[in-house]
Design a protein around this ligand. Structure first.
Ligand code: NAD
Ligand code: TYD
Length: 341
């Protein structure tokens, strides 16, 4: 019997990469195709353990390249698509919004057209809670699937636009879709421009950690493997056309996160440096995951166990992130933070 084919876009990135490994190891009955353009955020060395497996395949392509993507879908006739590929960093979207529209909006539309033409069984669009905008600090309020979309950054606006296209392909063409909206992820292979890996790598090197504004902004943190299990569940059990929020009630201020990492690594809080705030900095994100829990999802990590595992991973895998923070990354860091003080 032919194996079913799952196309995972963005499988060389942080969450897509963890998802590819999770699926290749869990399901021999699927062929997993990792499609990625290998931008600055894409890295294939993380897949050295699975790349020899028969059910893993890699394709280098740009999701916004209509001709190549249509050709590929006609040839491979994928059964499922799980779509992660995106420009994902809010700070980069503030300095250069255009590529976010190109990849996140135009790229998604190309994939939707290709999926529609070959008639996929399901298209899972991986989105973010940031499309809902921001919450006040009142701890009794949460984002539900009914919260109106009010994105504030060019990144979240591009993700919200892609969500609306995915929804429209369900309503108009009956393309079988799900949309997942997850809170902030952390865990192995997180690119060190994002808060948690940036803090771990800088604290290990005893370098200053830039905290935007007063550090009081709140994020709801979810371990990446709990996000992977949520997507696996939605792929197999999600009701067609539905949106599912993903989050585990792990709200922390940025300052709490940074202090936890410093304490775990046994360093001094003098490493904290308060810098100029991010433009349009969303105050708080917090997810109500009731709908997904009713489908049968339960996270395995809380913030304490997840951050301990993650810090240990970064200590055990210094080679991986040290290679990334040399070269190009140095130029990015200088440019991003030089005007920030
Ligand atoms: P990432 O930046 O680590 O990885 C993105 C991947 O997409 C990279 O491998 C990159 O090479 C690839 N890519 C970029 N442009 C491409 C293109 N034009 N064609 C093909 N591949 C391309 O991002 P991530 O943090 O792993 O996020 C993955 C998805 O999850 C994104 O859609 C993001 O919006 C969503 N999400 C992220 C978080 C988070 O906390 N990181 C939370 C919720 C949702
Ligand atoms: P980030 O990891 O960029 O994720 P997002 O913007 O998608 O939530 O940032 C998480 C939080 O940490 C956010 O409130 C901004 C803040 N932050 C800092 O304080 N300093 C930093 O150097 C970075 C990258 C982020």
């Amino acid at each position: 019997m032919n194996k079913k084919k799952i196309l995972v876009t963005g499988g060389a990135g942080f969450i897509g990469g963890n998802f590819v490994q999770y699926m290749v190891n869990k399901y021999e009955k699927y062929d997993i195709y990792n499609l990625d353009l290998l931008t600055y955020a894409g890295d294939l060395t993380k897949h050295s353990e699975i790349e020899k497996k028969e059910n893993y395949h890699f394709i280098k392509a740009d999701i916004a390249d209509r001709t190549s993507i249509m050709e590929l879908f006609r040839k491979e006739k994928f059964d499922f698509v799980v779509h992660f590929a995106a420009e994902s960093h809010v700070d980069r979207s503030i300095t250069n919004p255009e590529i976010f529209v190109q990849t996140n909006v135009m790229g998604t539309q190309v994939l939707l057209d290709a999926a529609k033409e070959v008639g996929v069984t399901k298209f899972v669009h991986v989105s973010t809670d940031e499309v809902y905008g921001e919450l006040e600090f009142d701890p009794t309020t949460f984002f539900t699937e009914e919260t109106p979309l009010q994105p504030n950054s060019p990144y979240s606006a591009s993700k919200a636009s892609s969500d609306l296209l995915v929804r429209a392909y369900y309503e108009t063409y009956k393309l079988p879709i799900n949309i997942t909206r997850c809170s902030n992820n952390y865990g192995p292979y997180h690119f060190p421009e994002k808060l948690i890996p940036l803090t771990i790598s800088r604290v290990v090197n005893e370098e200053k950690v830039p905290v935007y504004g007063d550090g009081a902004n709140i994020r709801d943190w979810l371990h990446v493997l709990d996000h992977c299990s949520a997507i696996d569940l939605v792929l197999h059990e999600g009701e067609l056309g539905e949106v599912y929020n993903v989050g585990g009630h792990n709200e922390r201020t940025n300052l709490e996160v940074v202090k936890t990492i410093i304490k775990t690594l046994g360093k001094s809080e003098d490493l904290i440096e308060f810098v100029k705030d991010r433009l349009g900095h969303d105050k708080r994100y917090a997810i109500d995951p009731t709908k997904l829990e009713k489908l049968g999802w339960k996270p395995t990590y809380n913030f304490e166990t997840g951050i301990a595992q993650t810090i240990q991973w970064y200590l055990d895998n210094k080679e991986w992130w040290k290679r990334i923070i040399s070269g190009e990354y140095q130029k990015y860091f200088k440019k991003q933070y030089s005007n920030n003080r």
